[in-house]
Design a protein around this ligand. Structure first.
Ligand code: DAH
Length: 359
């Protein structure tokens, strides 16, 4: 019997190492451990043995069975890893190769517009900051000088999240302004940042989508005043729209987080129902802005007797629609390939002041 087991072990192990693919391994397994396999056959003889003999032989058979099962497993894994390595080699991609000329992908006009805005303000010395899409009441409202129960909170048509365990009321940020707070609480002035990002409001029609994009501007130091704000924004719209002498005007307005507050208009014409940007006598509202409210500075731990500065906010979709003649806001997010091909931008067409902002 001993010889029998040792001989069988030798034969089976040899068969395992001789197997050249997963199918051959399966054949060996069935031949040894399957219903009619050799080891299974020997197991069946145990019943006819005397108790002592059965115990000794049974133990040795179990050892053999485990040994063969492990050998089969090991060999199978060798095949699997060889197959994986072959696949990795065949699917290897050289990312240093030049782009294929037939590639059809384009940049979304939102991405393009945000890149253009960043290129213009980057040239003026602004850095890009960001913050989370999910905000709390403090950053989105309270620290921005929206008193509790203030109607402006309701005007934002806020998406609230179910109350958190920490008792905070979380929401999808209704504007990029909360990142002003995050920036002032973590950076020391002088601060000069732009904050592009997604914003959310519960609204949907020709000119509103529940998700849209804004870019925020924030400058804090000890002397920046309203004329700097005006000059900076004027320079921006002239470069962005490519109209060198584009006129701007400030109208008084109200935002809880700025005092004084203003809305800026740019020159335009609406003759024949067609909107044209330029000095044609008519006006178009483009953004909101103002001097950062002392309460906002205080909420961020900055002394309003020392620090001052300006903030501004505008809609990315709005300025993209104006520049690229896109009539319906909702089409931005419909993922219609024909629209994307029509309004999209070549991926390597990176905007810069010196290289020209667009094609
Ligand atoms: N947060 C305002 C909004 O979403 C836009 C805005 C207006 C931002 C004036 C500003 C500002 O920083 O000064 O409607």
């Amino acid at each position: 019997m001993t010889d029998n087991i040792d001989q069988l072990r030798g034969e089976l192990l040899a068969a395992v190492s001789a197997a050249q693919d997963a199918a051959a391994i399966e054949d060996v397994r069935v031949g040894a451990l399957g219903k009619k396999g050799q080891i299974t056959g020997l197991m069946a003889t145990l019943g006819k043995m005397a108790p002592d003999e059965r115990k000794a032989f049974g133990q040795r058979l179990n050892v053999l069975k485990d040994e063969i099962a492990a050998a089969l497993d090991g060999r199978k894994r060798e095949f699997e890893s060889a197959a994986l390595n072959a696949r990795l080699a065949s699917e290897h991609m050289d990312v240093t190769l030049p782009i294929r000329p037939e590639a059809k992908g384009t940049l979304h006009p939102i991405t393009q517009t945000m890149d253009e805005v960043a290129a213009i303000f980057g040239q003026m010395g602004f850095e890009v900051a960001d913050g989370p899409d999910i905000e709390d009441d403090f950053h989105n409202f309270t620290a921005l000088n929206f008193p509790p129960g203030h109607p402006a909170r309701e005007m934002h048509d806020t998406f609230f999240l179910p109350p958190g365990e920490d008792g905070n009321r979380y929401l999808l940020r209704t504007h990029t302004s909360p990142v002003q707070i995050r920036t002032m609480m973590t950076q020391k002035p002088p601060i000069r940042v732009i904050i592009p990002g997604r914003t959310y409001r519960c609204d949907y029609d020709m000119t509103h989508t529940p998700m849209f994009h804004q870019v925020e501007l924030l400058v804090i130091d000890t002397e920046t005043n309203m004329s700097h704000l005006r000059g900076c924004l004027q320079e921006f719209v002239r470069t962005y729209f490519g109209v060198d002498d584009l006129t701007t005007r400030f109208r008084p307005s109200f935002f809880p987080f700025t005092e004084p507050s203003a809305e800026m208009d740019i020159g335009c014409s609406r003759k024949g129902g067609e909107l044209k940007i330029g000095n044609h006598g008519d006006w178009l509202e483009i953004l909101g802005c103002g001097m950062v409210h002392p309460n906002v500075l205080r909420a961020c731990g900055l002394d309003p007797d020392v620090y001052q500065g300006f903030a501004a906010g505008m809609g990315i979709e709005r300025i993209a629609m104006l520049k690229y003649g896109i009539p319906d806001l909702r089409t931005f997010f419909e993922s219609d390939l024909r629209w994307l091909r029509h309004y999209g931008f070549a991926a390597l067409d990176i905007p810069s002041i010196t290289g020209g902002l667009t094609r």
